[in-house]
Design a protein around this ligand. Sequence first.
Ligand code: MRU
Length: 364
Amino acid sequence: MKIAGIPYRSVWVDEADGWSVHVFDQTKLPWSLDILTLTDEAQVAEAIRSMQVRGAPLIGAVAAYGLALAMRRDPSTEALEAVAAALGETRPTAINLRWALDRMLDALRNHPPERRAAAAYAEAAAIADDDAETCRRIGQHGLPLLQEIAARKKPGERINVLTHCNAGWLATVDYGTALSPIYQAHDAGLPVHVWVDETRPRNQGAALTAFELGAHGVPHTVVSDNAGGHLMQHGQVDIVIVGTDRVTRNGDVANKIGTYLKALAARDNGVPFWVAMPHSTFDPAVGDGVAEIPIEERAPEEVTEMTGRLPDGRVATLRVVAEGSTAANPAFDVTPARLVTGLVTERGRCEASEAGLAALYPPK
Ligand code: MRU
């Protein structure tokens, strides 16, 4: 993606020193574009835990670099296993984190310690490249869905896509998952317009999706999380496309809290509900998503407080809940496969079912 004409990825190694790792501080967006420098595994773990770095694919890539940073200081097998375990505990729901750490462990275990740091940087770079290419291909395979809608409309009539949370380039290494087809459609000249769910409590939609769609010039409108059903009832949503943090063997989809309600509304209104899934998000080890996927419970303050910009330009955090009341904060939910129209992957589109997934990802 480009910001002010300069191409960026969401994670990169410092060109000058060749080893420190840069990411955008997503907790500062959209108010300022701050770049963080991560120099050890503890900083990486904290950046993931605090959601300075977030989005399932990006978490995996940054954790891989966290292991590379750790191997510079202590390349022993004990350190390798301990740091991978510690990074793996930072966020429980997105499987990409586990996938990336397992790939790193597989690549590094057989190297002698003196070669591990170099091998770790190479493998982390390969993971980042893989993610960028995967997301580009998801865009290619999702584009026909939007072209088919355009073909049914009058020339120039807008295509209305609803999305939830942020599954754009900020959540990945580049391009995004759910937003990748949208960017490709926009770049191809289709009149695409995006309804952006604000996505309380962390407001990834209002703060991040709106920011990146705006930076790319894609027309969009932020709506409160509860508006989607109403828009669908009135024919104002042609398609829902969301990202995902984990897809099970049978096609159940974990994604940001509130996704399930959008899928229910979509089913009730005959609106297609598609999920953009990179291979790193597929978890064939899990069958029943509702029963088996661990759902991260985050701090109640994310619900009782909100951060925004004051009229004088300062950024402030305010309490928005009655004093004395507390809050629960499950960060994800699971949409059963029966509510999912299909999955858009880097290998093509498929049914959200065991057979559909097995056709694209044959069991090993
Ligand atoms: O809690 P987050 O912001 O890390 O959540 C991850 C997400 O952005 C979404 O759930 C997303 O749709 C999947 S990541 C492409």
